[in-house]
Design a protein around this ligand. Structure first.
Ligand SMILES: CC(C)(COP(=O)(O)OP(=O)(O)OC[C@H]1O[C@@H](n2cnc3c(N)ncnc32)[C@H](O)[C@@H]1OP(=O)(O)O)[C@@H](O)C(=O)NCCC(=O)NCCS
Length: 183
C-alpha cells in the first residue's frame, strides 16, 4: 500500500482512452478463492500467479468496453498523469425481473495502486451514477478471488438474490453479487 497523491484523478473516459486499459498492471497472486457450498460462500486454497492480462481475454474485454461506450454506458478511468491506473464500466441496459439493475462489468485497479482507496472511490462514484440513472441495484459477476469478494462484501454487496441467466452462463465460476443502492 502506498500514498496516492492529489495528481490522481477519476474522470469519464473518452472513446480514444479505452485502449489505455492496456496500461493497467493486472498482476496478482491469488491464494484463496470463494465458491458456493449449499448457497453460502466457502473458501478453498488455490494458487494463481497472474502475470498480467490474458491476451485474448483482454481483447474480448476491450471489445465489450467499446460496446458499452457505444450504447451510452458509463466508463470511468482513474489516471496518475497519463497512465490509467484503474477502470470501471457500467452497462446501460437494465436487467433483472424488474429491470431495475445495471451491471458493473469491469472494475480493475493496477496492482501497484491497490489498497489505497481507489477501487472503493471508483465503486462509490459508479453507485451514485447508477442511482441517478434510476437503478435500484448493481449486478456484479465477480472474480471469485478472496481479495475481490472481500472487497465487494466490505462495500455492501451480498449474494445475488436473482441470478442473471445470461451472465451466469458466461461465468459460472464467478460469484454473482448485487449491491443495493439506497435512495
Ligand atoms: C478488488 C479491487 C478492485 C479493490 O480495489 P482497491 O483499490 O484495492 O480497494 P480500496 O483500497 O479502494 O478499498 C476500499 C475499501 O474496501 C476495503 N477492502 C479492500 N480490499 C479488501 C479486502 N481484501 N478485504 C476486506 N476489505 C477490503 C478497504 O479496507 C476499504 O475500506 P474503507 O473504505 O472502509 O477504508 C482491486 O484490488 C483489484 O483491482 N483487484 C484485482 C482485479 C479484480 O479482481 N477486479 C474485480 C473484477 S470483478
Amino acid at each position: 500500500m502506498h500514498q496516492v497523491d492529489e495528481t490522481v484523478e477519476t474522470r469519464i473516459l473518452k472513446r480514444e482512452e479505452i485502449e489505455k486499459v492496456r496500461d493497467i498492471d493486472r498482476s496478482e497472486i491469488i491464494e484463496q478463492d470463494y465458491y458456493l457450498k449449499d448457497g453460502q460462500l466457502a473458501l478453498q486454497n488455490v494458487f494463481y500467479d497472474i502475470k498480467g492480462w490474458d491476451p485474448s481475454e483482454l481483447e474480448e474485454s476491450i471489445k465489450h468496453l467499446y460496446d458499452i461506450y457505444n450504447r451510452n454506458g458509463t466508463l470511468l478511468g482513474t489516471f496518475d498523469g497519463n497512465k490509467m491506473v484503474a477502470i470501471s464500466a457500467l452497462d446501460s441496459e437494465f436487467i433483472g425481473r424488474k429491470k431495475d439493475q445495471l451491471q458493473l462489468y469491469f472494475h480493475h485497479v493496477d496492482s501497484y495502486y491497490r489498497h489505497c482507496g481507489i477501487g472503493g472511490k471508483l465503486l462509490k462514484e459508479m453507485m451514485e451514477r447508477a442511482k441517478k440513472l434510476g437503478a435500484k441495484k448493481l449486478y456484479i459477476s465477480a472474480t471469485p478471488s478472496k481479495n475481490t469478494i472481500d472487497f465487494y462484501m466490505h462495500m455492501g454487496c451480498r449474494l445475488s438474490s436473482e441470478l442473471n441467466p445470461t451472465l451466469y452462463r458466461l461465468e459460472p465460476e464467478d460469484i454473482h453479487l448485487e449491491l443495493p443502492l439506497c435512495s
